[in-house]
Design a protein around this ligand. Structure first.
Ligand code: TXA
Ligand code: MG
Length: 350
């Protein structure tokens, strides 16, 4: 007798990816897919995510497959109410609640010891879990109608995070059950990730739109070394995401430090057909020889535009992109951190 192999009926190849809208009916449809263990592209205020039931190991394994993500890189669990945090975590420090009150719903992820309810698949084998309460209305409604949702950014592993529904569709078409359009993401860079160093001190593992100075109104703040430097040889990453190549378009990215005058001098000497510059909105481009695009002026605008620009530069087949170096203060720390990784830490002092 021929044996029928047990196959996962939702093998990721060849799925038809539904494109859902921001309507009550479509949000319910997306919630239904998530309740049934499927993966859905979801809008948040930071970047788009690939969401699935955080408490179902099979559902979570589909996220890793869709993204080609290393299994030891943990997922953030998104919640709707503080009661859900109490179910997901084993011990919650007082400071967690203080920060939740100040910054949730919003772009802050807090790492705490996980409860047994969170499968090891979700936590990448760690005994901690990153928890975030997002503010995007569609995402909040989705969680309310379903379950706590595990979601990494919805890009192919290593590629810039998606900030529009179209980006998600481009990366994940045929690999996920649906994507829901919640418009352009408000912040454009992923959430700030913190762990608790002591009763009154937190450590920033990934900078985001909740900045160091915002956090320091309520706690001592340590900025982890790996934010601005390549992980030291032999040091275990406090956050597994730190050790993987990240946010890179196909083009080679180089950060250029110095004034606009020295930027112009340097990039003019590197001129080529497929060489591009990424400068600020308020830079004067008239002396530039290379083609250019801009990514905002203020730190908040730069965060909002960076990932979309990196994708557009790939669409233009840029081979090399020289980027004006952002200020690394405020949200600029997040922008600089993402650029450093996109550039594989190659910084030119012009
Ligand atoms: O804004 C965001 O955080 C987005 C949206 C979708 O919410 N999500 C996101 O997820 O950026 P992801 O997986 O792309 O990045 C999460 C980062 C990874 O670097 C991961 O290693 C780290 O957070 N992380 C998650 N859980 C952790 C844990 N328990 N301990 C240490 N690091 C953790
Ligand atoms: Mg990511």
């Amino acid at each position: 007798m021929r044996q029928t192999a047990m196959t996962d009926k939702t093998d990721i190849k060849g799925l038809t990816t539904l494109r859902l809208k921001n309507t009550p009916r479509d949000i319910e449809k997306a919630a239904e897919l998530i309740r049934r263990g499927q993966v859905v592209g979801i809008p948040t205020e930071t970047v788009y995510g690939l969401g699935a039931d955080a408490l179902d190991p099979l559902a979570v394994s589909r996220i890793f497959k869709a993204k080609n993500r290393p299994m030891d890189n943990p997922l953030i669990v998104h919640i709707y109410s503080l009661e859900q945090a109490d179910e997901l975590a084993r011990e919650i420090p007082e400071l967690f609640y203080t920060l939740a009150e100040k910054f949730w719903p919003g772009p802050l992820t807090m790492i705490v010891p996980k409860s047994d309810r969170v499968p090891l698949e979700t936590s990448g084998g760690l005994d901690t879990v990153g928890i975030r309460m997002p503010s995007h209305a569609v995402m909040r409604q989705l969680i309310k109608l379903s379950v706590p949702i595990a979601a990494p950014s919805a890009n192919r592993s290593g590629y810039p995070s998606p900030t529009t529904e179209q980006h998600v569709y481009d990366d994940m078409k045929g690999r996920i059950a649906a994507v829901i359009d919640g418009g352009e993401c408000r912040f454009g860079v992923e959430s700030t990730v913190i762990s608790f160093e002591s009763e009154d001190t937190v450590r920033i593992l990934r900078p985001g739109s909740v900045t160091r100075s915002m956090l320091s109104q309520y706690a001592g703040v340590i900025v982890d070394d790996a934010i601005l430097h390549d992980l030291e040889q032999g040091r275990t990453a406090p956050s597994p995401g730190m050790k993987y190549k990240h946010y890179s378009p196909r083009a080679e990215v180089r950060i250029v430090e110095g004034s606009m005058d020295s930027f112009i001098r340097y990039t003019n000497s590197m001129y080529g057909d497929d060489v591009y510059c990424l400068i600020f909105d308020d830079d004067d481009p008239r002396e530039l020889r290379c083609r250019y695009m801009t990514y905002g002026s203020t730190d908040v605008q730069q965060a909002h535009e960076l990932f979309a620009r990196l994708r557009e530069l790939d669409d233009k087949n840029a081979a090399t992109v020289y980027v004006r170096s952002p200020q690394s203060t405020g949200v600029g720390l997040a922008v600089y951190n993402r650029l450093l990784r996109a550039a594989a830490f190659q910084v030119i002092k012009a």
